[in-house]
Design a protein around this ligand. Sequence first.
Ligand SMILES: [Fe+2]
Ligand SMILES: [Fe+2]
Length: 211
Amino acid sequence: MTHPSLTIIRHEHRALSAMLRAITLLLSEHRRRGTLPDFDALQAMLFYVDEFPERLHHPKESRLLFPKLRGRNAQTDALLDRLDRDHLRGEQTIRELEHALIGFRMMSETGQRQARQARFENLMKQYVDFYLDHMRVEEAEILPLAESVLKDDEWAELDAAFLMNRDPLAGYEADEAYRPLFKKILGALQHSSNVGPALEAFAGAVLPARR
Ligand SMILES: [Fe+2]
Ligand SMILES: [Fe+2]
């Protein structure tokens, strides 16, 4: 049986992966050409990562799902501790990333451009690698464990909580307020010739939410 809460987690992982890969492709394309990226679009993409995955997705896991899986054995508890630490680290890193991007933007016409660009790109690469690995571990270890041990009443409680709390970019109805953000991100990806696969993946995740 497929539980709505697990489907939501997997959809949100897909949307976040597509966004992280799109950011990586955009940055490498501009680096190769020696051009400056569209800073407004990059800020919109980081804002998305901050707004939805960091504030909605990870708290759902840490507050709702992980506690139900604790106390079974030391190995699982250690893994859950690591994933909880990852969630905290992610929140801190997104602040650093946003600051590094402002630094890159503000200093892009000065002699500091190269150093600021390298700092932002290095931090971004670490963040992307870190989160892709984090999601891979959740999908390989935690979701199958939940499927095998949780009882019907626990699923009912989880599903109700998850259904109240959705990521608009992961295939759910988007708030009107966020539509300009979606437009800005999709527009930026369309102008970039090498971001085709990422655009396709991202559009695949976002299109069901668009009218
Ligand atoms: Fe997580
Ligand atoms: Fe997750």
